[in-house]
Design a protein around this ligand. Structure first.
Ligand code: PLP
Length: 397
């Protein structure tokens, strides 16, 4: 038999985050590898979704989603992001921001098109590009502040470059792109006539600086595909409700591809999200930052204390830490050492870099309940002792 998987399938690998989550389960550890916070779903969101189910909103919807969610998103884009868009032609409700990015790539990229990704990157961004046979080109952000220069961008561009991807606030770095950096990217995108994909799923998780949507910069609206969703903000990762906002020139084809792959985002859950956006007060969103900045500070201070020096994130809910003190040659071995010695799971830094980068880094997620985070911090505090014993044991051998 000469059947084989597609070339595409051979190029993608199982997510390192899932692999570590399994390893963690095996040792009954605390999973700081995966980013799921089980905080309560806001009441208006739950109630409206239940009412929608009972009220019979259970069928396919238009590919671009039901009117109430598109209208709620358009209103929120104006209030929060400063983007004016038409809910009828420039907003699409998608199956999560993951579905949103995939549909955008299918609609806007040709096989062989190059797309610039900042690294450390979010693995799904890379793998989605590979799945549509686009070619990633990398601009490496410099730790600990995850800086880059306009020259870095120019070095990555070729005649085949078609788009650049931004993730602000970013996973895994926690980088919040500054206005100056976004202006560099805007000038670069205009000069080389590029699309800009921007994943803003963590837009409400900001601890320093402020969230700026790239589409609001002069000359950017027509070329920018703004992607976001409510998985994180409303703690509904399993609901699969996200969206894109973009110029009407692109929206129809994106809705078409979303229809082809997913048909539509779940109908009653679109209504739940729409009502959440409509009803929840400003203070709900402010509370997110307050709650998470405490979690960030709690974890970062323990990491500092035990010698896993963190790069303190300005947004999102991940920390990249220097894993130099842990045994092992690769970041995978280092994260396994940490799991073995403390029962705390992290993700190897190499999962966020191409071609051998990130080997001295591991990533922690602090989107955890207070109890879990307290326990993780307690276990991490034992690390110096555990490593000390290990050194003594190997010396005496
Ligand atoms: N984008 C980034 C940067 C993420 O970190 C995640 C989840 O971890 C997602 C998108 C997934 O979002 P969604 O649930 O809306 O597909």
């Amino acid at each position: 038999m000469s059947l084989s998987l597609s070339r595409r399938a051979a190029l993608t690998v199982q997510s390192e985050i899932r692999v570590m989550s399994l390893e963690c389960e095996n040792v009954k550890g605390i999973n700081l590898a995966q980013g799921v916070c089980d905080t309560e779903v806001p009441e208006p969101v739950r109630t409206a979704a239940k009412r929608a189910i009972d009220g019979g909103i259970n069928s396919y919807t238009r590919a671009e989603g039901l009117a109430p969610i598109r209208e709620a998103i358009a209103d929120k884009m104006k209030r929060f992001n400063g983007i004016e868009c038409d809910p009828n032609t420039e907003v699409i409700a998608h199956s999560g921001s993951t579905g949103a990015f995939y549909a955008s790539c299918l609609a806007l990229l040709n096989p062989g098109d190059e797309v610039i990704l900042f690294e450390p990157f979010y693995g799904y961004h890379l793998n989605t590009l590979i799945a549509v046979e686009a070619v990633p080109a990398f601009v490496t952000l410099r730790a600990p502040d995850w800086k880059f220069t306009p020259e870095d961008l120019e070095r990555a561009v070729t005649p085949r470059t078609r788009a650049i991807m931004i993730n602000t606030p970013g996973n895994p770095s926690g980088k919040v792109f500054t206005r100056e950096e976004l202006e560099w990217i805007a000038a670069f995108a205009i000069k080389h006539d590029l699309f800009v994909f921007t994943d803003e799923i963590y837009e409400y998780f900001i601890y320093e600086g402020r969230h700026i949507s790239p589409a609001t910069l002069p000359g950017m609206w027509e070329r920018t595909i703004t992607i976001s969703g409510y998985s994180k903000t409303f703690s509904i990762t399993g609901w699969r409700v996200g969206y894109t906002v973009c110029h009407r020139k692109w929206a129809q084809a994106m809705a078409y591809f979303h229809d082809l792959v997913y048909v539509c985002a779940p109908a009653p859950l679109q209504i739940g999200v729409a009502e959440g956006i409509r009803q929840l007060p400003e203070s709900f969103y402010q509370e997110i930052s307050r709650e998470y900045v405490q979690k960030r500070d709690q974890l970062c201070s323990v990491l500092k204390e035990v010698g896993l020096t963190p790069s303190v994130p300005k947004g999102a809910y991940y920390v990249l830490a220097d894993a130099g003190i842990l045994g092992g040659k690769t970041s995978k071995e280092k994260s396994m050492t940490l799991l073995r010695e403390t029962g705390v799971a992290s993700v190897a830094g190499s999962a966020f870099y191409h071609g051998g980068g990130g080997e001295n880094l591991i990533r922690f997620c602090f989107a955890k309940t207070e109890t879990e985070l307290d326990e993780a911090c307690k276990r991490l505090r034992a690390l110096p002792n555990r490593l000390g014993k290990q050194t003594t044991a190997s010396h005496s051998r």
